[in-house]
Design a protein around this ligand. Sequence first.
Ligand code: UDP
Length: 311
Amino acid sequence: MRILVTGGAGFLGSHLCDRLLAEGHDVIAMDNLITGSTDNIAHLAGNRRFQFIHHDVTNYIYLKGDLDAILHFASPASPIDYLELPIQTLKVGSLGTHNALGLALAKGARFLLASTSEVYGDPMVHPQQESYWGNVNPIGPRGVYDEAKRFAEAMTMAYHRSHGVDTRIVRIFNTYGPRMRLRDGRVVPNFVSQALRHEPLTVYGEGRQTRSFCYVSDLVDGIYRLLLSDETEPVNIGNPAELTIYDFATVINELTGNPAGIRFEPLPVDDPKQRQPDISKARRILGWEPKVDLRTGMTQTVEWFRNQLTV
Ligand code: UDP
């Protein structure tokens, strides 16, 4: 296949490019580089089956030639980025998704939307199943991301129902691994870079909120299976191993031998209290489940961050 990955220079987008190339596909990565980086795809320069286009998908997307699939991954993805880039976040989820769907329709390409566990907001149902409609504050600081992704899902289903575009929707839960931005403000880069500098880890609130962390190779595998499946309704992909942020901090300090402990800081507005994917649907229809446990994945991630901090 010839596949376009929007956000192809980002954390997840670049890992997807690697996997698609390894599967024998031709790949075009498109990115405006506001949160992505060409460092993430530098190793692909010179690969004749890979091409990078510097473009902002909130503007009309022109692409020459046939296209078999579009993986729409362009978006800021960290709560700190939403605070700094609220309008870009809303625009890429709305206008960017509309443009990417328009391109899919014009080319007769399959379309896969990167959606998110944030569509469930601060969930009242636990663990979260795809059938849950969510609990989102539309006017809070995180609402720009949550509502943009909810709109993107609605637009994707509308193109599927009205125009017959062959669509997929993946709801991605917290994911970690090499190529996360050192300063993207999310808990994994924050804790790991603090631990490697022997600083106390900044736990927000009392650290009783929970998350469930999925290693990037597992996530990419789930997404690739979904792309090849014929499921048009949303599918959760994530690791159901849930832990409190306090316990997560303890694991990171243990793994890195950080003697500096923990420091408590205020909880951000609308921070979801709990999050765990129900992955029975992915298990059933994709035959997928995560394979990499937290300690194994975090060890790889810590190694990568260590190299970043020393270069
Ligand atoms: N968090 C924290 N310390 C940090 C960064 C994040 O305690 O330095 C918490 C944050 O309040 C949230 C969880 O870790 O409860 C995950 O935050 P992240 O920004 O990674 O993503 P989210 O899951 O909230 O989108």
